[in-house]
Design a protein around this ligand. Structure first.
Ligand SMILES: [Zn+2]
Length: 238
């Protein structure tokens, strides 16, 4: 009974706050409000596409899941004022009848002179393997970026996977700080199911965004915004 009354009070206070707090104060609760990343250019590379579907799960191929995550991630960055370029769109500009060339994509990425590159992939391995993992190579800034993103992903998924240095073509050839986020194991049926859930993808991409934003704003990041849950009113797609 006491508990019920406490819940009611919290509810009442919440309603009161929503009703009387001016919009500006409310907006400050969310790191994306305003334009913290104005002037930044982010390239998101949803791995594979077109001719090359990537790894297969039970129900889906990796290229579709990567793209879904990239589109959600793009939206978070845009809400924070950043400009975002994707290496491919839902209509896929990767030719279907020609072997997908990672080298061409890499040249295009470097040509953008973006501030950061985020590669999105799904991992594959033993059925029991699970959890997202962020990889980096030796370019300046890449390790810290990977670290900040993986820390957010650990918070969200409770994975114990650690940020890992790896020699991958895209990471090695990127002119800008670059990471490869393996967002989960498509080979794990349970995780594949999660990755096919748009709300899970929106949440997951939120933490990739928050980690990247933290890295961008190093030293100017309000500590109380660390590992902030996604604003629920933005989780519903319109
Ligand atoms: Zn892949």
């Amino acid at each position: 009974m006491k508990r019920a009354r406490a819940v009611f009070t919290v509810l009442l206070v919440s309603i009161f706050c929503l009703a009387v707090v001016p919009p500006l104060v409310q907006a400050q609760q969310f790191p994306m409000a305003g334009d913290l990343l104005a002037g930044r250019l982010v390239v998101i590379d949803p791995g594979h596409g077109g001719y090359d579907p990537g790894a297969h799960g039970k129900r889906a191929a990796e290229d579709l899941i990567n793209l879904e995550n990239a589109l959600a991630l793009k939206e978070w960055f845009q809400r924070a004022g950043a400009r975002v370029l994707l290496t491919r769109s839902p209509l896929s500009d990767v030719p279907k009848n020609k072997k997908y060339r990672v080298r061409d994509r890499m040249m295009w990425i470097n040509h953008t002179h973006a501030d950061v590159l985020i590669d999105i992939h799904c991992n594959a391995g033993a059925r029991a393997y699970h959890g997202p993992q962020t990889f980096y190579w030796d370019g300046p800034g890449s390790y810290h970026l990977a670290h900040d993103v993986q820390e957010e992903l650990q918070y969200f998924t409770h994975t114990r996977r650690k940020v890992t240095r790896i020699d991958q073509y895209v990471l090695r050839h990127a002119d800008m700080p670059a990471i490869n986020v393996e967002i989960g194991f498509i080979s794990n049926p349970k995780e594949e199911e999660q990755l096919l859930n748009p709300e899970y993808q929106r949440n997951l991409s939120w933490y990739i965004f928050v980690g990247t934003e933290r890295w961008f704003l190093k030293g100017r990041w309000p500590q109380n915004l660390l590992q902030t849950p996604p604003p629920t009113h933005l989780l519903v797609r319109d």
